[in-house]
Design a protein around this ligand. Structure first.
Ligand SMILES: C[S@@+](CC[C@H](N)C(=O)[O-])C[C@H]1O[C@@H](n2cnc3c(N)ncnc32)[C@H](O)[C@@H]1O
Length: 202
């Protein structure tokens, strides 16, 4: 964890952020009632639970993680939070996502697509092509770089942003935010991408 992250964690405990700011942030990035959200690499499901509260009973949050040890507690967590709209999507890792084409409104890709988990650009591209497949034509890919940004590997972040563009996504927004990263409150950037069309060819 960077010095900056430690300082921020002391200033602002995760509980306070979760209570007061988390939902505001997810609404700001574009999550709405009734939507279908995929939390790719959801870990223990911090963002899954937050998104599920917003989409409500008319929506679904698909939670997907290759680490069974992390995701196993999610059904119990969602039950104790009174949520019945979280569905676990089985995976053995890699790029495959067992969801139909264009079936998801918002993808959360938070602290997953970097060299810690995917050292080869080719692995990252396979994931991006699969995310492109499952995202609706007007859907949103919300990307938080996580470790490359937190640990100041700016060249890696630049390469990953290029890979996302090469996978036919178009950058719509980049916002400095306060968010939760591995249980600590940190400053980071959230990038919003849409599918590239002939109208937004940026
Ligand atoms: C650092 S955690 C982030 C968890 C969560 N997104 C968050 O921000 O709190 C990254 C997670 O991505 C998962 N992951 C990495 N690559 C994956 C893949 N190809 N398929 C499924 N899960 C993956 C890891 O198992 C890990 O739980």
């Amino acid at each position: 964890m960077s010095v900056r992250a430690v300082v921020d964690a002391k200033r602002s405990p995760p509980e306070k952020w979760l209570r007061e700011q988390a939902e505001v942030l997810l609404r700001k990035i574009g999550i709405k009632k009734g939507q279908i959200v995929l939390d790719f690499g959801c870990g223990q499901g911090t963002y899954t639970i937050l998104a599920a509260r917003i989409v409500g009973n008319d929506g679904i949050v698909y939670a997907l993680d290759q680490d069974k040890g992390k995701i196993d507690d999610l059904p119990a967590q969602s039950k104790s939070a009174g949520l019945a709209n979280i569905q676990i999507v089985p995976t053995v890792g890699g790029a495959n996502i067992e969801l139909p084409d264009e079936s998801v409104d918002v993808i959360l890709l938070y602290d997953v697509l970097h060299s810690w988990y995917h050292p080869r650009g080719r692995q990252r591209k396979e994931i991006l092509y699969e995310l492109y497949r499952v995202l609706r034509a007007d859907g949103l890919l919300s990307f938080y770089p996580g470790d490359p940004e937190v640990f100041d590997h700016h060249s890696e972040l630049a390469a990953i942003l290029t890979e996302i563009r090469e996978a036919n996504f178009c950058l719509q927004s980049k916002d400095a935010e306060t968010l939760i990263h591995e249980g600590s409150i940190v400053q980071g950037h959230i990038f919003g991408f849409t599918k590239r069309t002939k109208h937004n060819n940026a």
